[in-house]
Design a protein around this ligand. Structure first.
Ligand code: FMN
Length: 212
């Protein structure tokens, strides 16, 4: 049976570039001719856009780690979110760096649940002026706190320069990313995307309970 990997689009602001970057990552993996990305039982990738989820900040009275069954959640929206996250075996978090961290919307979405995340492999893809390495470090720490299995490799996509950022990223403009063109922005990061994805696939094959 093939695994399902949820690709979390972590920016909910308008305008935003996050969906384009998630598409680039998914297409890079899906068009890769190497390893598990091309194998017969390759995992299914499903995008999960946080902008489509209403998860109120003060929504749940319980401690997520103490919830043993989704029926214990107080809100239908949390039960739906629990069902979504439970339906995937691993995750790719695609996130901008905001003030050296990751978006509040992502932390809120993570903190609504606990047991749904535990033990699942994760891949971190960040972007920003310097690739979002500070965001990646914070997110990795949180995922370890959730007893997830984050891949040791990260994908960090740096902006080509300040003028580019002002004209494109900050305005949510079309970045013209192309997962198949050698001339595309971030084409040189495609091997890293595939390599970190392969690490996630290997983590999926580990018996549950083993952790890095
Ligand atoms: C609240 C906020 C904080 C930001 N902080 C950073 C930062 O620390 N480093 C950086 O390189 N860019 C930073 N930026 C610029 C973002 O990289 C840029 O706005 C990008 O488009 C955000 O991704 P998004 O459009 O998908 O939301 C920040 C943007 C916002 C809105």
């Amino acid at each position: 049976m093939s695994h399902s990997i949820g690709v979390i689009i972590s920016s909910v602001r308008q305008p935003r570039i996050c969906p384009q970057i998630a598409d680039f990552v998914v297409e890079t993996i899906q068009t890769s001719s190497s390893g598990a990305a091309a194998g017969r039982s390759k995992p299914t990738l499903k995008k999960i856009d946080l902008a489509n989820w209403t998860l109120p900040f003060t929504g749940e009275p319980g401690i997520p780690a103490h919830i043993k069954d989704p029926s214990e959640y107080s809100h239908d929206s949390t039960r739906e979110w629990s069902k979504e996250i439970s339906s995937h075996d691993a995750f790719i978090f695609v996130s901008p760096q905001y003030n050296w961290g990751y978006p509040a919307a992502l932390k809120n979405a993570i903190d609504h649940l606990y047991n749904e995340w535990v033990g699942k492999p994760a891949m971190i893809v960040t972007y920003g002026g310097y690739g979002g390495n500070k965001c990646a470090a914070q997110l990795e720490s949180v995922l370890n706190g959730l007893r997830m299995k984050p891949a040791t490799g990260h994908v960090e996509l740096p902006y080509p320069g300040r003028e580019w950022a002002a004209a494109k990223a900050f305005k949510g403009a079309d970045l013209e990313l192309d997962a198949k063109s050698a001339g595309s922005l971030w084409a040189e990061h495609r091997p890293t995307i595939v390599a970190v994805f392969e690490e996630v696939v290997k983590l999926l094959a580990e018996p549950s309970g083993s952790s890095n």
